[in-house]
Design a protein around this ligand. Sequence first.
Ligand code: SF4
Length: 66
Amino acid sequence: MAKFKITQQREKCIGCGACAAVCPANWLMDDDGKSTPKKTELAEEGCNKLAAEACPLQIIKIVKLK
Ligand code: SF4
């Protein structure tokens, strides 16, 4: 059962790669130069917190589900 939801305002992504650098477990750089989360619903927050903090545009959010 997922407890965390990862959101990204992907249209704003500048493709800097910071999220994928600090959290390769859940972020990859896609062919269009923007990053994409591998999973958007997770049981553990994991390194996604680092990815959210590393993003210069602050477009990655982690929502804790009930
Ligand atoms: S850190 Fe932010 S701007 Fe950089 S690739 Fe990831 S989502 Fe895009």
